[in-house]
Design a protein around this ligand. Structure first.
Ligand code: IMP
Ligand code: MG
Length: 179
């Protein structure tokens, strides 16, 4: 039987094991190493969810590069206008830089589309997205993602940085909600 855990009264079971996740992250890093050969990219890791992915990826990135961390807050502005997304903590100047966004998961894509637009307004030389997980069935806003670790079903997952109401980020395997 698969090991299960319980958080906030819900049960989760292992979905993708740590060793498989880490093997895939090494593949993503080698792809990035090739694609950015001779360049000096700046990685922008989106907190909190991407901290584990970012740390693991950076161990296998051999480029001369920078990494910095930012947060995205979202709030409902008015009933009619939808959510407003605000980027916090980006102190670096990304004008003319090769930027690679690191995200834990792209679900509807709404967050990523917003982040991308706001960063493009700062005129980077290039902008790429690397996400550890993506749920293709959940996408609401089409978006080009250059590096995807795993395409997964449209189910709620936790672990490897992803949380359920604050908990579960420290789990080193990816878990899915048990049915
Ligand atoms: P979006 O729907 O693509 O805008 O996703 C926004 C954020 O929702 C992601 O960055 C995650 O923080 C969170 N999220 C989406 N799906 C999951 C999930 O299955 N587990 C935990 N967090 C999720
Ligand atoms: Mg996130």
């Amino acid at each position: 039987m698969k090991p299960t855990i319980q958080l906030h009264e819900k049960h989760f079971e292992v979905f993708i094991e740590k060793r498989i996740i880490e093997k895939r992250i090494i593949e993503l890093a080698s792809q990035i190493n090739q694609d950015y050969s001779g360049k000096r990219p700046i990685f922008l890791a989106i907190l909190n969810g991407s901290f584990m992915f970012a740390a693991e990826l950076m161990k296998s990135v051999t480029l001369t590069c920078e990494i910095t961390f930012l947060r995205v807050t979202s709030y409902q502005a008015m009933e009619s206008t939808g959510k407003v997304y605000q980027i916090l903590g980006l102190l670096e100047n990304i004008e003319n830089r090769d930027v690679i966004i690191l995200e834990d998961i792209v679900d509807t894509g709404l967050t990523m589309v917003e982040i991308k637009q706001q960063l493009l307004a700062q005129n980077p030389a290039s902008l790429a997205i690397a996400t550890l997980f993506q749920k293709p069935e959940a996408i609401k806003q089409p978006i080009d993602i250059q590096y995807v670790g795993f395409e997964i079903e449209n189910k709620f997952v936790i672990g490897y940085g992803l949380d359920f109401d604050g908990l579960g980020r420290n789990l080193s395997d990816l878990y899915v909600l048990s049915e």
